[in-house]
Design a protein around this ligand. Structure first.
Ligand SMILES: [Zn+2]
Length: 443
């Protein structure tokens, strides 16, 4: 029998974690942070307590007490990709498990960089498994990674092959047939799996209510091209900010930065972390074209140099959500020798992640920019998550017996249930809405 416990990310978006028990063996999918709660906590306190107990208590990490009876049965921790709401709690919680961490090479490189930054040594071994390959977890359970597209490299759907059938964990993906970095989704394998038979699909339902197909990353590239090469920025400073882990987006930014004949400088620690992780596993070679400046004093020094001739540079900086400590906010707050002036360009290649803290931070930042007279280009972005029509395609391809909406608030799960009902599923029988801590047995 397969038993599923939805540990985190089913009442709200964040701290993703799902445990699957096959008789006496348990596999954990994702061990993520609730980023807003984690950031609020680390900003407010002077002395941090990063113990599992504290992080769970404040809701920043999945509540593992919900699977207390399963903890000693865990044989593997499998994060699907390198985003912190999927891997961010691993450094703090995985010590509770006597199990390996199995993830793609990029997720491994990012995880190792985080562990180094936080000075944490894990006893768990981190094993890299390439997309589109399999690994025998135990004599009865095999894991398979299916290549997917998302807003960070080497994102996979995970298939668990068990004596009781196959389960697919599909958290965070989009169907992008023209990706900018990496391969297309492995549709062929999904169709094969549909023929082989799937017992259960646990699926990213955050945009299941949006009646559309999520546009390709190549659309975001065109949007960037228009703004970067199609507006007159002669004599002006140009600053771009985006998600540091979005290497495909950064690749497009570099491409057009070169067309603008500007020297490209990346400023900020998190950009350094994700770019160097990508270079380590040789999926990118940005530092051939880009100067990477990571640490505070060096950023200040570099900006002093840039201030003398600002229109010769394209600055890629951290701080797209208006984070007060990131480089963009500190430039606007006149903490450096380099200052923005009327007519300079700031491009946000992102959307505002809709929570109160971000909305407020961005509001403050943009208002200061308007006071200076900066030209703001917002929302030069497409999502990394599937929408309703992608989900319909997925369900029709793999034809699972059971469906579980994940990565969502209850209202989003309802949209997924509605879609499932259109496809012949029945609520409570073959499509199941879960909550954090709920368990479901599948035969
Ligand atoms: Zn993600």
């Amino acid at each position: 029998m397969i038993e599923i416990c939805t540990v985190g990310g089913y009442n709200e978006v964040g701290k993703n974690c799902t445990a699957v028990k096959i008789d006496n063996e348990v596999v954990i999918f994702d061990l993520g942070l609730h980023l807003d709660k984690y950031i609020a906590y680390t900003e407010d306190e002077d002395i941090y307590d990063f113990s599992p107990k504290k992080l769970m208590e404040i809701g920043a990490a999945p509540d593992l007490s919900l699977i207390n009876d399963w903890i000693d049965k865990v044989i593997a921790i499998i994060p699907t990709h390198a985003h912190l709401d999927h891997i961010g709690a691993i450094p703090f919680l995985s010590q509770k498990f006597n199990a390996d961490i199995i993830c793609t090479p990029y997720s491994k490189a990012v995880l190792q960089a985080i562990l180094k930054d936080e000075k944490i040594e894990l006893k768990n071994e981190i094993k890299a498994l390439n997309p589109n390959s399999t690994y025998q977890l135990s004599s009865r359970i095999k894991v398979e990674f299916i290549n997917m597209t998302h807003s960070t490299p080497q994102t996979v759907m995970v298939v668990l092959h068990t004596p009781y059938g196959r389960l697919i964990y599909a958290n965070d993906f989009k169907f992008d047939s023209q990706p900018i970095l990496g391969q297309k989704p492995n549709f062929q394998r999904l169709r094969e799996l549909g023929r082989e038979g799937i017992s259960c699909l646990i699926v990213d339902s955050i945009y299941s209510g949006d009646a559309k197909k999520t546009p390709s990353e190549s659309v975001a590239r065109e949007m960037l091209k228009e703004v970067m090469t199609g507006t007159n920025s002669r004599g002006k400073a140009v600053i771009i900010t985006t998600f540091s882990s979005h290497l495909a987006r950064l690749k497009s930014i570099i491409e057009f930065g070169k067309k603008m004949h500007r020297k490209i400088i990346f400023l900020g620690r998190s950009l350094g972390k994700y770019v160097l992780a990508g270079e380590e596993i040789r999926i990118i070679n940005f530092t051939k074209d880009v100067k990477l400046v990571r640490y505070r004093e060096k950023v200040a020094k570099e900006l002093k140099k840039i201030a003398k001739n600002k229109s010769r540079y394209l600055l890629v900086v951290t701080g797209h959500q208006g984070e007060p400590k990131a480089v963009l906010s500190r430039i606007i707050n006149k903490e450096f020798a380099f200052k923005l002036e009327s007519g300079d360009h700031v491009i946000f290649s992102c959307k505002v992640i809709p929570n109160e803290m971000n909305k407020q931070n961005r509001e403050i930042l943009e208002s200061k920019m308007r006071d200076i007279g900066v030209r703001i280009f917002k929302d030069i972005h497409v999502s990394g998550h599937c929408a309703r029509e992608d989900l319909r395609d997925l369900v029709e391809m793999v034809k699972p017996k059971h469906l579980i909406p994940a990565h969502c608030e209850p209202i989003m799960a309802d949209s997924m249930v509605e879609l499932a009902e259109e496809l012949g599923y029945k609520r409570g029988e073959s499509v199941h809405t879960m909550e954090d801590g709920k368990r479901l047995s599948i035969r």
